[in-house]
Write a protein that binds this ligand. Structure first.
Ligand code: GLU
Ligand code: ZN
Length: 279
């Protein structure tokens, strides 16, 4: 059976953007006769809260989205990420990096992608005595792609893509104090959980180039990708947790009916707005 996942991080309450993403997952499942699993991406324990995990359960249930029983909490599966990390280390594609955010900004005359600075490779080029200090492990992307050769992946809307992981630079694969990263955990979990279709926002389109490279290095199956458009508010901005706007919980507790929320989402949706304006 076809399978996708909804994978929020419990660092805040769900907002309309999350609800839109959830709607994409669950409508896909009903169209394809597939299922949706729920995964809680809580590797960063300093930022995650039990309260928000409960919020995710409550909000999804209220909106009528049902998930398969076994919810995977990433924080409980460190050994799976360590095993994958070991494989990457054996391939010799990781290197320790002690640079702080400030160091990186200073070293850059600064290429940025979506607010994120591209790591200039300082520690790759100067493998100093960093081993003993707390450090991140970065992926030597050029070396890695040299091992795998050209890679491809497919997005439902954008079609076949040649992976260009170098555009994101040497990303962090294991964060200091955490031992894994979003990139590593998500790739390992999607494979372990047998996810064949990944449905997520367009904002994660670029990172798929890195995920494809990790899949090749770790000899994992590559899923099919659907990167959906992002839900924008009236001012054309993305719904973001930190703005506190459009929280599902607020709507739920304010006595709204879930159907109103799903209608509201459709109104804000770019795709629907486009098709209406063309009609
Ligand atoms: N946990 C990520 C987030 O909350 C989503 C990860 C993914 O879908 O790949 O944005
Ligand atoms: Zn460094």
């Amino acid at each position: 059976m076809k399978k996708t996942r909804f994978a929020p991080s419990p660092t805040g309450y769900l907002h309309l953007g999350h609800a839109y993403s959830a709607m994409q997952c669950w409508s896909w499942a009903s169209q394809e006769g597939g299922s949706v699993i729920l995964r809680i991406e809580d590797i960063d324990q300093a930022r995650c809260r039990e309260l928000f995990v409960q919020g995710i359960f409550d909000d999804l249930s209220w909106m009528g989205f049902a998930w398969e029983d076994s919810v995977r909490f990433q924080s409980q599966h460190g050994e799976d990420y360590q095993a994958a990390l070991g494989k990457l280390q054996d391939l010799g594609v990781l290197y320790p990096c002690t640079c702080s955010r400030k160091d990186i900004e200073k070293a850059l005359s600064a290429p940025h992608i979506e607010d994120q600075s591209i790591y200039p490779g300082t520690c790759r080029d100067n493998p100093a005595a960093v081993q003993e200090m707390p450090h991140n492990l970065r992926l030597d992307v050029k070396k890695a792609i040299g091992i795998t050769g050209p890679l491809f992946w497919t997005d439902e809307r954008a079609g076949k893509q040649q992976a260009e992981p170098a555009q994101l630079g040497d990303v962090v694969i294991a964060r200091k104090g955490i031992g894994t990263s979003y990139h590593l955990s998500v790739v390992v979990d999607d494979a372990l959980q047998g996810i064949d279709t990944i449905i997520r926002g367009q904002d994660l389109f670029q990172v798929t180039h890195i995920h494809r490279l990790l899949q090749a290095l770790l000899e994992l199956h590559t899923p099919h990708y659907i990167h959906h458009d992002l839900l924008l508010d009236k001012d054309g901005k993305r719904f973001a947790k930190r703005l506190g706007g459009g929280l599902i919980r607020t709507l739920r507790e304010g006595g709204q009916h879930p159907a109103n929320v799903l209608e509201k989402i459709k109104l804000f949706s770019q795709e629907d707005a486009d098709s209406q304006s063309q009609a």
